[in-house]
Design a protein around this ligand. Structure first.
Ligand code: SAH
Length: 348
């Protein structure tokens, strides 16, 4: 359709659309090759054919929150809980460093065990041992003071998806104590403190519409984060959303490509959820404009416990030990995994 092509061209040129244009685009987009090819072209201009890797260490599946979509929500009494000690985390970094990882991502539920003091100590030890590596955190909502302490301890980046930029939708996915307002405040606090910030959303979360997706894109434009995580929603059997359907892989790829057009410099992961939903999902993400993958570096004994959704892949090529396989796969589609911190490239 001609007008869809025109909207995509406009997005690529002006890096912005109005809400109405977003809805129109999302309602009518049918041919994916055009946006994918445009997204790749922009990605090649900025990041070449490099794929950045991040070693993902899932430090704890204890969580004080009760997000309706998430398998490690506190009401899930069937989750087999664990938390990693500082030594276990440092062991993961050691293994990861030898494999060529230069970014370590510590992700977990909101687990009060990891006070600022505990986290700062872990961050400092990692930075002491691996000064050339970046430390990324993904530990949920905290106060400005806590984020500040973590930054001062040496953390470089923080991932906190906004999940949805629509108030009503936000409250249908989260318990009443969690608000979109506070989520946004956290993201702006993190930016102000100088973190490279990652936001993002699930595609196909229950209640999502093209209108809420349009609002997500407008919010991302306003926040202008350095990273955007986009993956399909996948139901978890022991959550209130057990019977909901999963998001579409194709739509996830489209959202990645459109995000690349809107925020050309962004670091965009081809997510594990995408790899779980579709065979070769990770490669397809790269071909839609993503430039980051986050293989799992957690100790093997806990990987099967960090289950945000059903059937999460954790032992195949998305595992850090299979970096060689991943490398081969990306090579076959013309991309190369690099040993580098993989920082955000600012607009020149
Ligand atoms: N506690 C941290 C880390 C959350 S897990 C935080 O709050 O940021 C990281 C991301 O996984 C979440 O932001 C969410 O978007 C995604 N996620 C959670 N449950 C999911 C599910 N059922 N399907 C797909 N993605 C999910």
């Amino acid at each position: 359709m001609i007008f869809i092509k025109a909207l995509i061209d406009k997005l690529a040129k002006e890096k912005a659309l109005t809400k109405e244009e977003w809805v129109q685009l999302l309602d009518n987009i049918d041919d994916t090759e055009y946006p994918f090819q445009k997204a790749r072209q922009i990605r090649h201009e900025i990041y070449g054919k490099d794929v950045y890797i991040r070693g993902l260490i899932e430090i704890s599946n204890y969580c004080k929150n009760d997000c309706l979509y998430c398998g490690i929500r506190k009401s899930n009494k069937l989750a087999d809980r664990y938390r990693l000690s500082k030594d276990e985390i440092l062991d993961c970094c050691h293994i990861g460093y030898d494999l060529g990882f230069r970014t370590f991502v510590m992700q977990g539920g909101e687990d009060p065990y990891y006070t600022d003091e505990v986290m700062c100590d872990i961050i400092k030890s990692i930075k002491d041992r691996y000064p050339e590596c970046a430390v990324t955190l993904s530990l949920g909502e905290k106060s400005y003071e806590s984020y500040k302490a973590l930054k001062e301890a040496g953390a470089d980046r923080y991932l906190l998806r906004h999940e949805t930029a629509n108030e009503c939708h936000y409250s249908s996915l989260h318990p009443a104590e969690l608000t979109l307002e506070n989520r946004k405040k956290c993201l702006y606090d993190l930016k102000e403190l100088g973190f490279q910030v990652g936001s993002g959303f699930m595609v196909g979360s229950p209640g999502q519409t093209n209108e809420t997706l349009a609002e997500d894109m407008l919010f991302l434009k306003e926040l202008n984060p350095q990273m955007v995580g986009i993956g399909p929603f996948i139901p978890h059997k022991d959550t209130p959303f057990a019977k909901k359907s999963a998001g579409s892989g194709e739509k996830t790829l489209i959202m990645i490509a459109l995000t690349r057009l809107m925020l050309p410099q962004a670091l965009l992961p081809s997510t594990t959820a995408l790899g779980t939903l579709c065979e070769d999902g990770r490669e397809r993400g790269i071909l839609a404009g993503a430039n980051v993958v986050m293989p799992n570096l957690s100790p093997k004994s806990v990987r099967e416990k960090y289950l945000l959704y059903d059937n999460k892949i954790c032992t195949g090529d998305e595992a850090a030990e299979s970096k060689l396989n991943l490398e081969k796969k990306f090579k076959s589609i013309g991309y190369e995994i690099v040993v580098a911190r993989g920082d955000y490239k600012k607009e020149i």
